[in-house]
Ligand binder design. Structure first.
Ligand SMILES: [Zn+2]
Length: 236
């Protein structure tokens, strides 16, 4: 794991900001897992990708996250800290097939997600994903109820066997008592942090370049402490 230096962070922001979220997550995965050949990243299980992104996030911004969600029952904004210790471990990621009701399903990957982008209907997308993850010679049940059962079993198996694939957080709303769970997308969360940090760094470069005539690489090479100290002097 390479640290996300100011230079690398700005590189990621520059190359990721116009990409589709799936491609942006792959770009961040490349930073998080530099040993994996780039052409293989799209076929890595989402659990592996997300665990790697969370490890990168902790290295760059620390192991505490400020999370928030809006209660679906009353609309109350819930803000709460999340510690790495409250989330599934990132170390035990697997790539072997999921075992579901006698089937062996491939774990969903970024390539699978990309195939779902044109589909608007959630059920249709879930069925497409199920079809893509089943071995090519395994027929889907023809009966609608059996199909729904298999889909639900697959979702439950993924949650237990690969919690990082689609992380969900259980919560209780203090305002109305509603109990529910909400999905937590580490790729989106990390991107928002990178976007905010990149804009701060660009502001810093702008101020210090004007004040001292330094180049962007010179400003980015400063430690956070020195950059802050010079900014304080410029702004005093
Ligand atoms: Zn509520």
């Amino acid at each position: 794991m390479m640290a996300l230096s100011p230079k690398r962070l700005l590189w990621a922001w520059e190359h990721g900001r116009r990409r589709h979220p799936i491609d942006r997550a792959l770009l961040l995965h490349a930073l998080a897992a530099p040993d994996l050949p780039p052409e293989r990243l799209a076929d890595q299980p989402l659990g592996c990708r997300n665990a790697a992104l969370f490890t990168l996030r902790c290295a760059a911004f620390g192991s505490r996250l400020d999370a928030w969600l809006d209660c679906p029952a009353c609309g109350e904004r819930l803000e709460f800290p999340l510690e790495a210790s409250q989330l599934p471990p990132t170390s035990a990621q697997h790539a072997e097939p999921l075992r579901v009701a006698g089937h062996r399903l491939t774990r969903p990957t970024s390539r699978h997600l990309a195939r779902l982008v044109p589909l608007d209907d959630e059920r249709q997308a879930a069925m497409q994903l199920l079809r893509d993850c089943l071995p090519s010679n395994a027929p889907l049940p023809e009966d609608e109820a059996a199909l729904t059962d298999l889909l639900e079993a697959a979702e439950a198996a993924l949650e237990v066997q690969d919690p990082w694939a689609e992380l969900s957080l259980a919560f209780g709303c203090p305002a109305c008592g509603h109990q529910d769970s909400a999905s937590f997308d580490i790729a989106d969360y990390l991107w928002e942090e990178i976007d905010a940090r990149a804009r701060e760094l660009l502001d810093d470069v702008h101020v210090l370049a004007r004040a001292y005539g330094w180049s962007e690489p010179q400003v980015l090479a400063l430690s956070d402490a020195r950059r802050t100290a010079y900014l304080e002097r410029v702004q005093a």
